[in-house]
Design a protein around this ligand. Sequence first.
Ligand code: PLP
Length: 426
Amino acid sequence: MNTSIKTLNATERRIIVNTLEIWHPFWQHGLCEPIFEIKETKDEFLITNDDKKIIDGISSWWVNTLGHNNPYIKEAIKKQADLMQQIIFAGFTHKPAIEVAQKLKSFLPDKYTHIFYSDSGSICVEVALKMAVGYYFNKFGKNKSKIVAMEHSYHGDTFGGMSSGAESVFNYPYRKMLFDVIRIPYPKKNEEEKTIKAYEKILKEKSDEIGAIVLEPLVLGSGGMMFYEPFVLDELYRLSKEYDVMFVLDEVMTGFGRLGTMFAYEQTNITPDIICLSKGLTGGTLPLAATVCTKEIYDAYYSIDKSKMFFHSSSYSANPVSLAAASANLDLWKDKKPLNEVKRINEYYKKQLPNFNNARILGDIFAFEADNSQNNYVSNIGTKLYSYFLENGVLLRPLGNTVYVMPPYCIKEESLDKIFSLLKNI
Ligand SMILES: *Cc1c(COP(=O)(O)O)cnc(C)c1O
């Protein structure tokens, strides 16, 4: 494959004087692997400067749901951009913000009454944790500032996200800077009781200090697409309520159909106290996040005392253009129609299962381990496979040796065929 732009090697770098070299995220520039310049996108394709089509097998890092360059969402963005781009959101509001709140409400149980807008997945999780801890402080004057999280979990790359997420190569240099989080084990198949018992023990000993448990529902994404059973969430929720701890679900990846239901919690018998949404909220078009909570939480901040307000904002809180994209996205979710596409993809996966030992599927996700000998994020096999797939026009980015497919829901059967013909060869 032709590469439009190459990463510079050390010699080339020395002679560059007219530009700042761009430092890419989660990218080892030292490996000098090619970086592709994309000029436009369509449906499941990223289109390079030299008109090569790359199948986006991972929805551009899990954000894109309905397909790239969706005409309806794009139109809404254009219209809103013409009116206004950003305003202060303290003391002011706008139509797109109101519309998204109204439309999202229709997809959620009555218990959710308030929505707080922010800009990214990491931040909406931090907002959730702050909301929970502040709730106990404002309402009872209690310091319940400890957080419980699951081993192998991922909640983003900010300090709150890194602290709640698994200790790993991602955050090792910063480990001393992270706040203390109490971990429960990942509920392996048939060992779920261990997780539930571990949580119960923690709560018995110190629920007085714990403000929230934060979990990725049903699948630990970055941890390696590790699935677990819905009943675990039922049990963890039950314990949380028994011991008065806020139950937070980080649906940043799972929200908007990824697991075959609009939200992952719909596959359980419970509804969390706080839901974190981001990636699919705008269909994967513009940055936006939302933290949705109950009246009980909001009420702990509602007062004539200014010191009890929720002290959180970011410069671009509730960006009107992003919200217009989210509003259009929610229109497209009317009658939960995109779930039919997820179902179609899942049926396709089912037919592929016999070709793989040990593959697992859930909604739009197909995952398996390529080589059991080197199971870590930086393992070589992942890097080699990434290049092999790209040379063949497919973007898949294995997590260590865990290979997974998670395409936009519009993906055509012939593109799935192409992906799976490559997977069968590895
Ligand atoms: C991607 C992700 C995040 C972080 O979102 P950003 O927008 O990258 O900050 C947090 N939690 C989960 C489960 C995610 O998948």
